[in-house]
Design a protein around this ligand. Structure first.
Ligand code: FAD
Length: 428
């Protein structure tokens, strides 16, 4: 019989549980991706399209192809199932409220058509919901989760299928091309993601613990590949855990699982303030726009915001600094920041984006509401030589030494660079 594997955020042939199982069990397999223009913002579309072209190439090498349809995923999957007389539709389980509603609609539609509907775990290292604290529904705090997670058994890494056998006469469908000047620093796809991972394990991981908190330091930059499932988190952990630097690195991947299990327990939570603030958020569009444009006059903040605009990525430390600046200094609602990140980050996803924003804003369920980062102290710590500011805020590149972090201390004004949006206390 024929099984359709509906691919969503698992755009890979390595360690893909739904694809591996279908190729093992079914006579024919249709790997399907439904392009739904409503889903990804324009900036992420290039990364996605590159990933789909790459996946198509890899599936062809295995004797199959990527079948592409355009429209609403549930309707298109069911339509195709009728055309190829499929016996089932299998997919990877997801956690966001949007994805879960889609899974439910697909399950209902499959039941109506007497199709075998199956969901496979593979989005995280430990499936969300597997670890439950005694007497609770989900872990609210990271450290106990990390302890339980470290000891939890991990599934073995699956090989790519030996062969993908498409049924006869299925139209493969056309894929959108990435634009000529794709947005962002990174190119999508499993091939690129695996190359990145190999290089990281060879040359980056050992220095991770020392370098990860420097804005110009190296981190793996695997987040966009994890976001679209071009690499499997289980494989990343399996290959890095026992190497020097591995423990610190694996701990970060556990943060990812942590936020996914929060979103799984409360799919609507990521957009809501768990711990509402006493004061209201400021409705200050002018301040928010200066922040978005990287024109706050605080160099480290502007460096991060301009890196985001130019590369579709931002270093974790800078994300924390710009997030704290927006919410704690400008008093703007964290959702304004999360929406902007969602528009521009190649790695943006609801659990990690909203989970981290809530952490920064102090409104989530594992937070210290009074945590405020001093942007000047942070700047000198994470960018001691001003390398990052000079790279992303070129109008400040000629300022000497640490004055680059406080241009207002320099006797000459830098033309075109604004006065800092900071209160007097911080400026003195
Ligand atoms: P590395 O340091 O190499 O870490 C390896 C992997 O661990 C990452 O790829 C990521 O999957 C995971 N990881 C690391 N730090 C975190 C963290 N704090 N929370 C969850 N997972 C983590 N990450 C996203 O993937 N998507 C987002 O939308 C996102 N939004 C963020 C918003 C804010 C305000 C902040 C402070 C952080 C956000 N992060 C987000 C977390 C983190 O900044 C990125 O995962 C990290 O910078 C990605 O770069 P990397 O792959 O080089 O990370």
């Amino acid at each position: 019989e024929t099984v359709i594997v509906l691919l969503t955020r698992d755009l890979r042939v390595h360690d893909n549980p739904a694809l591996a199982e279908a190729c093992e069990q079914a006579r024919h397999v249709v790997p399907l991706f439904v392009v739904d223009p409503a889903i990804e913002p324009r900036h992420r579309a290039d990364f996605l399209y590159a990933a789909l072209h790459d996946l198509r190439g890899r599936l062809r090498e295995l004797g199959g192809d990527l079948v592409v349809r355009h429209g609403e995923p549930v309707a298109e999957a069911i339509k195709l199932a009728r055309q190829v007389e499929a016996g089932g539709i299998w997919a990877a389980a997801d956690v966001s409220a949007f994805a879960r509603r889609r899974e439910e609609r697909l399950a209902d539609a499959c039941a109506g058509e007497r199709l075998d509907f199956r969901l496979f775990q593979g989005l995280t290292v430990v499936p969300p919901g597997d670890l439950v604290p005694i007497g609770g529904d989900h872990y609210r705090v990271f450290t106990p989760y990390w302890r339980a997670w470290s000891q939890a058994p991990k599934r073995r890494v699956l090989d790519p299928p030996a062969q993908v056998r498409l049924p006869a006469k299925v139209a493969t469908g056309s894929l959108p091309e990435p634009s000529r000047n794709p947005f962002g620093l990174l190119k999508g796809g499993e091939t690129e993601g695996r190359r990145h991972l190999d290089e990281w394990l060879r040359g980056g991981l050992a220095g991770y613990a020392e370098g990860r908190d420097l804005a110009a330091g190296r981190t793996s930059m695997l987040s966009p590949y994890l976001r679209f499932g071009c690499v499997s988190p289980i494989e990343v952990v399996a290959r890095s855990a026992d190497r020097p630097g591995g423990e610190e690195y694996v701990r970060q991947l556990c943060w990812r699982d942590f936020y996914y299990q929060v979103a799984h327990a409360f799919p609507e939570l990521p957009r809501r303030d768990y711990r509402p603030r006493r004061a209201k958020w400021e409705d200050d569009e002018e301040a928010a726009e200066a922040w978005r444009q990287g024109m706050t006059g605080v160099p480290i903040v502007d460096a991060g915001m301009r890196q985001l605009r130019a590369e579709g990525w931002m270093h974790n430390r800078l994300r924390m600094i710009v997030g704290s600046f927006l919410t704690k200094r400008l008093g703007v609602d964290w959702r304004v920041g999360a929406d902007h990140f969602n528009d521009l980050l190649l790695d943006a996803d609801i659990p990690n984006n909203c989970g981290n924003w809530q952490w920064v804003a102090g409104t989530g369920n594992d937070t210290r509401p009074n945590r405020v980062l001093n942007p000047l102290r942070q700047a000198k710590k994470v960018d001691p030589d001003g390398e990052c500011v000079r790279r992303y805020v070129p109008e400040l590149a000629d300022l000497p030494g640490s004055v680059v972090h406080e241009p207002w201390r320099h006797p000459a004004r830098v033309p075109g660079y604004p006065a800092p949006m900071l209160n007097e206390r911080l400026l003195s």
